[in-house]
Write a protein that binds this ligand. Structure first.
Ligand code: GLV
Ligand code: MN
Ligand code: MN
Length: 427
């Protein structure tokens, strides 16, 4: 590694002021303010806000002299050339879409920290053998178009492009491919990618309480738990709320409530810290004095153990059959997402840990509870993640926050791990 500066690259540090300024500026796009000074973002995938966020990040990438490419599912990759472009590049990044009531760090930190790594290399004139790539992937959240991590899934060949483009939004019925073209991000680079990275490293906030409550600065992520999303549609009989005897009802709202209760109870019966959530319930026609005709809900279940997760899915299916029979309703289900637990590359995980220790940070090994683009990249190249603490463990909440000192620690670990991989020769 060549460096114009006389100090060693092992001491190089990111500029956290610059990183926070970019996080704040990107956060202004689709900003949501809460009553107590907390603020976050609504930048659902492929909306006008997502387009504005993309335009801003792409402008920053170009300002740094990076070469920006866009693929057919809208993933954006910016490249800083190394001295040996014949070698596979090292990639870092995440996503800039958010859930409808999201924080300003989830995903955005991973993208802007990768950009900060590129700027630090640029600022100190660090020449690297391998090229460095900063990426952001389309629709990581899956909040508008399921499944989550859709862009990175298509990138690695886990979902055919046409199927992804035909995905229909859960909220407004838009077609993904139409929205991608509308916002000007249907790019020319084919999917799946033919450029396999030498390594992928993603910095992300933890989004849970473990690092903060146990007093650690850096989470060394060993893998991601399995994810199962099931959409359930219940069709009953719309009727008058006052006149219809209880014994004659076929009530989808009762069923939706029973399913939510069942999912909570199920988490106590399944091993390995099963989690289960019903985050979306819609009733039609949703009127106070009408027994609904229909309910649509989505069950999100996760577990680090795939067999335990499959067991939870089987018990849910059994419960739905019994419920349909006892309430006299029609229940159909379809899978919106099903990803097995993922293990990251043990050597790269060790490297993250050793780097954090060298920089003087306390570390804790942990699985990720949330899904990440890194779990898709892990299908094609050695992959690892770095976590920083989340204040009060909050995420997918506009009060999501990470202290500046923790952002700095995480981004410095990212910088050092990436620099080492950029000069790792042919190994
Ligand atoms: C997506 O990021 C999820 O974990 O739901
Ligand atoms: Mn995220
Ligand atoms: Mn998220």
């Amino acid at each position: 590694m060549a460096n114009r500066d006389t100090s060693s690259t092992a001491d190089l540090q990111i500029d956290v002021g610059r990183l926070v300024a970019r996080l704040d500026e990107l956060g202004q796009i689709g900003r949501i303010d809460g009553p107590n000074g907390e603020w976050g973002n609504a930048r659902l995938a492929l909306t006008d806000e997502d387009r504005a966020g993309r335009d801003l990040v792409v402008a920053w990438m170009r300002d740094l002299g990076l070469t920006v490419t866009i693929d057919a599912i809208g993933n954006v990759v910016a490249t800083r050339l190394g001295t040996r472009p014949d070698l596979a590049p090292v990639m870092s990044g995440s996503h800039i879409d958010t859930v409808g009531t999201g924080g300003r760090f989830d995903g955005n930190l991973g993208v802007l920290a990768a950009l900060e790594v590129a700027e630090t290399l640029e600022q100190y004139g660090v020449e690297t053998e391998r090229s460095f790539q900063v990426a952001f992937f389309t629709d990581e959240e899956g909040a508008r178009f399921a499944p989550d991590m859709l862009g990175s899934l298509v990138h690695v060949g886990g979902m055919p492009l046409e199927e992804a483009l035909d995905t229909i939004a859960v909220d407004d019925g838009a077609r993904l491919g139409d929205e991608l073209s509308r916002i000007g991000y249907a790019g020319p680079v084919p999917c799946p990618t033919t450029s396999v990275p030498h390594a992928f490293v993603e910095l992300h906030i933890e989004q849970g309480p473990i690092l903060e409550t146990e007093g650690f600065t850096i989470g060394v992520v060993e893998g991601v738990q399995g994810i199962s999303w099931t959409e359930i549609v219940i069709v009953g009989q719309s009727a008058h709320a006052g006149t219809t005897p209880m014994r004659l009802r076929h009530d989808p709202s009762y069923c939706a409530g029973a399913i939510a209760t069942f999912v909570r109870d199920l988490t106590r019966r399944i091993r390995h810290d099963q989690v289960g959530t019903v985050g979306r319930i819609e009733l039609y026609p949703n009127l106070v004095n009408v027994v609904p005709a229909r309910a649509v809900l989505v069950v999100d279940m996760r577990n680090t153990d795939d067999r335990a997760l499959s067991e939870a899915e089987a018990l849910l299916a059994e419960f739905l059959d019994d419920l349909a029979a006892s309430e006299g309703v029609d229940i159909t289900k379809r899978s919106l997402a099903r990803f097995e637990p993922v293990d990251f590359d043990p050597a790269l995980v060790d490297r993250v840990e050793a780097t954090a220790h060298r920089l003087g940070y306390s570390t804790r090994r942990m699985p990720s509870g949330a899904g990440h683009d890194a779990q898709m990249l892990a299908r094609i190249c050695p992959t690892a993640m770095v976590f920083t603490p989340s204040v009060n463990g909050l995420s997918h909440n506009i009060a999501e926050f990470t202290e500046t000192s923790d952002l700095e620690a995480g981004a410095n670990v990212l910088l050092q791990v990436i620099m080492e991989r950029l000069d790792s020769g042919d190994d």
